[in-house]
Design a protein around this ligand. Structure first.
Ligand code: SF4
Ligand code: SF4
Ligand code: SF4
Length: 254
């Protein structure tokens, strides 16, 4: 299967936040109480019950008194995912066929290492401390449906499809910056920008934190250790034969 992606075009977004509601509804996520902060932006951050949100930004503009930017935020579905590298529980975070980074709460042990490893700081946890984030609508896409947020978006600000084709379309439409194209193995969420990613409040030069290399090294050593133990046991069985209890030997001697 070709690598799929979600293309975000903030210039087309009208800030209706239908994508937020669709995500909550599809994933059965509970409402989280917030307060009026004097802005249309709500919630103020991603949470274990908010897998996506629209960041409302007001930036200076040459033409208008102010320029509104509505920037969708969710897991980037990195091609080289720090969260997967650091996770000590096999299968808690895994790569779906379409390239998405998906979670299995049943296998998550709640250690939160992925939260500190994510270069973008985009992982959240539910009330049981289990990993909780955008999964690129793994359940819908496996059934041939588009992600719920994309299906709902009325303005075409969110698109889902073949990653290479979406990138080519964005470039043909005149967007000079394709954020995420080459970062961290190429991200599964791409942003079509007219200006520098900095204007849209995006992280510059995302990179793995040092602890990811440390912990993934420990994991490899642990797997190597486990492999060596299994190999030694197999060799022992072949050369010496099956293990016998002390009593068995005594009986034979008698
Ligand atoms: S953005 Fe963070 S949570 Fe999402 S795949 Fe990348 S490292 Fe994992
Ligand atoms: S892709 Fe699915 S899980 Fe991710 S933000 Fe959109 S609706 Fe939510
Ligand atoms: S549904 Fe589309 S237009 Fe509405 S806020 Fe979300 S991305 Fe923007």
């Amino acid at each position: 299967m070709a690598r799929m992606a979600l293309l975000v075009s903030p210039e087309l977004c009208i800030g209706c936040r239908g994508c937020q509601s669709a995500c909550k509804e599809w994933n059965g996520l509970p409402a989280v109480k917030t307060v009026n902060r004097g802005t249309f932006e709500n919630p103020p951050d991603l949470t274990g019950a908010d897998y996506n949100r629209i960041r409302f930004m007001e930036v200076p503009s040459a033409q208008d008194a102010q320029r509104w930017l509505f920037v969708s935020q969710r897991c980037m579905h990195c091609g080289d995912a720090a969260c997967m590298k650091i996770c000590p529980s096999s299968g808690a975070l895994f790569r779906a066929k379409n390239g998405a980074v998906v979670f299995d709460k049943g296998k998550c042990i709640g250690c939160k290492l992925c939260g500190s490893a994510c270069p973008y700081g985009l992982i959240r946890f539910d009330q049981a401390n289990k990993v909780s984030k955008c999964h690129l609508c793994h359940d819908r896409t496996e059934a041939g449906l588009t992600p719920a947020c994309v299906k709902t978006c009325p303005s075409g600000a969110l698109k889902y499809g073949d990653r290479d084709k979406l990138a080519a379309e964005a470039s043909a439409a005149g967007y000079s910056n394709l954020y995420g194209e080459a970062d961290l193995g190429g991200t599964g969420v791409l942003y079509a920008f007219k200006d520098s990613p900095k204007v849209y409040g995006m992280l510059q030069n995302p990179a793995f934190p040092a602890e990811v290399h440390f912990w993934s090294g420990i994991k490899s050593l642990a797997y190597l250790g486990l492999g060596a133990t299994v190999a030694a046991s197999a060799l022992h069985y072949l050369v010496i034969g099956p293990h016998k209890e002390e009593g068995e030997e005594v009986k034979k001697d008698e």
